[in-house]
Design a protein around this ligand. Sequence first.
Ligand SMILES: Cc1cc2nc3c(=O)[nH]c(=O)nc-3n(C[C@H](O)[C@H](O)[C@H](O)COP(=O)(O)OP(=O)(O)OC[C@H]3O[C@@H](n4cnc5c(N)ncnc54)[C@H](O)[C@@H]3O)c2cc1C
Length: 404
Amino acid sequence: MRRMSGWKDEQVIIVGGGIGGLAAALALARQGIPSQVIEQAPEFKEIGAGIQLGPNVFRMFERLGLIEPVSALAVFPNNLIMMDSVTGEEVTRIPLGDVFRRKFHHPYALIHRADLHKVLLEACRQSNVIKLDASQKVVKVDDLGGGIAVRSESGKDYRGAALIGADGLWSTVRQIVVGDGAPKPAGHITYRAVLPTSEMPEQWRWRDMVLWAGEKVHLVHYPLRTGELFNLVAVFHSNRYEEGWDSYGDPTELHERFAKTCEPVRTLLNKIESWRMWVLCDRPPIKDWSRGRITLLGDAAHPMLQYLAQGAGMSIEDAVCLADRAAAANGDYAAAFLAYQQARYLRTGRVQIMARVYGEFYHAAGVAKELRNMMLSSRSTADAMAGMAWLYGEQKELSSGAAA
Ligand SMILES: Cc1cc2nc3c(=O)[nH]c(=O)nc-3n(C[C@H](O)[C@H](O)[C@H](O)COP(=O)(O)OP(=O)(O)OC[C@H]3O[C@@H](n4cnc5c(N)ncnc54)[C@H](O)[C@@H]3O)c2cc1C
């Protein structure tokens, strides 16, 4: 590995100021590495609704000094519950109290995505080594050998020692590094909405993460913002849409897809007048998402379906791992990026693959559904938690000092 003095004087360019990009800036800053975040949107802001955070993400918040501000805005649910959306019966519940916290050393939480983004943004703004530029869409990236040159659509030029593409599912940087075209629509559509708690039927105001599993459909609800809001996410299979865009959903189609579900599910769907729609896309896992001084992070590197609620979590883990490797490589970014992807690809690939498997599991019909219900309902809490250890448990490559 080459050793360079004064390497921390040169900034790293981060394309994309979403959850992953800001987490990367923060993780680098904690290693004394300056960065310039470039965001195409007119302001640094998240849209969307709720997000679930497993204990693995809290372990990263600990490394980033964010446990307190995140906890102040999060809801800590009592249980993860799966209901059968046809019979209306409970299939399984995993308590998230003391036993869960003792096992994983951190809690499970629910947060508004805008609140999580704000916590990251505030922390970035407090750092004197992070620069934030909005309204700049990156259109050109050149690896000059000794550094990186970037140009935005409006003609602004940036220079940096290295570049991280944290530019999401439709990443421009990925096309330079990997060049594998557009992500694949999964044939699953998500409608999302947020409901004031006063409009949520009283009997369903549970302080739990509840998933109603159905045949080719499922509905999720959970409280947000200290219980002021409820997040509702309805998912169904449809090949009617080909691209992953964000627009308003069609309630008629939603009600048709959920026609076979039980009365509580249909009542909950009826509470929402206006849904935002996402056409879900992912990609198969890859193991090489770096080229010289350019690498990828978060959805740009390993977009996944949301069924394990881990896309943002994986981007935050990436950020910590990448910054550790950058610090250990003393300015040799090409080496650092190879070490980072080597440390990450099997974990993120496993989450990508397992997210698809869970999608099948949630949407099972016939014998597969019976088998799912039988397996989950006969499982002990200890077995359930043991089954989660691969995802929520400590990861060697993410502990402080792992890269040294
Ligand atoms: C329905 C749904 C539910 C989900 N639920 C969860 C959950 O519960 N838990 C969880 O952990 N994850 C969840 N996810 C996944 C999570 O939202 C994503 O994985 C995460 O937001 C990815 O973060 P990112 O920073 O990599 O990308 P993004 O959030 O997409 O950010 C990319 C940023 O880059 C900017 N950008 C793009 N191109 C350019 C350019 N050329 N120049 C400059 N800027 C650019 C964009 O404007 C954007 O701000 C869910 C996803 C969906 C769809």
